[in-house]
Every structure is written in C-alpha cells, then in structure tokens.
Design a protein around this ligand. Structure first.
Ligand SMILES: [Cu+2]
Length: 122
C-alpha cells in the first residue's frame, strides 16, 4: 500500500512539473521582442523622411543631447485626435511608440517644430 501511494504521489508531481514547464514555455513565447523597427533622431531632425513599418512597436532613438517630445501632428502641433501616445524622450535615450492600426502617421516634435517624419504603418 505504501509503495502504491508513493508512486501515485510521484506521478502527480511529474504531471505538475510538466504543467509548470508548459506554462513557462507559453509565457516566454508570448513576450514580444519587438519587430525591430527603429526611427532615429539626430541633429534636431529625423534621419529619414519616411519609414514603412508593420503594425506594432517602433523604437524612437534620440541621439541628440536634448529632449524630443514626439507626437502625431505637423509643424510642432499635435493632431486633434492623435492615434499615438505622445512621448518625451530625454537626450541620448530612446522610447517605444505603439502604432496599433495601419495608416500613415505624420510625426512631429512638439519642441522642435521643424522635425517631421511620416510613418507608414501596414
Ligand atoms: Cu525635438
């Protein structure tokens, strides 16, 4: 009798361990590493006039020594109904902006009004 219950306990432990492994595999698989899309700012300007990216996260890299305040809009003025969250990026730092729907996004800096880039999200 003792051997049987020990064996039952062992198999229950094995099943539990297998479940934990499966759950661990699922959660690590759902972590998004990002699609790698990057926009760079240098010399108070975006380094390209436009970029095409898939729906998702885009990393904005600020290589200037001053903060940029990135928003959807034109000429330093935020759009009336922006589709992205504006984000302040300190000098020599970076931030992730999420583009959750396809479309063309005019991006500007609310501090440096001449900065502009069009992000084509598809
Ligand atoms: Cu700026």
């Amino acid at each position: 009798m003792r051997e049987r219950s020990a064996a039952a306990g062992l198999s229950a432990t094995a099943i539990l361990a297998a479940l934990v492994l499966l759950l661990g595999a699922c959660s690590s698989g759902s972590q998004s590493p990002g699609n790698g899309a990057t926009v760079t700012m240098s010399g108070l300007a975006f380094t390209v006039a436009d970029i095409t990216v898939p729906v998702g996260d885009v990393t904005f890299v600020n290589k200037d020594g001053v903060e940029h305040l990135i928003a959807e809009g034109d000429n330093g003025i935020e759009a009336a109904s922006p589709r992205i969250q504006k984000v302040g990026i300190p000098g020599n730092a970076q931030a992730v902006v999420t583009f959750s729907a396809a479309g063309d996004y005019h991006i500007t800096c609310l501090i440096h009004h001449t900065m502009k880039i069009v992000v084509h999200v598809q």
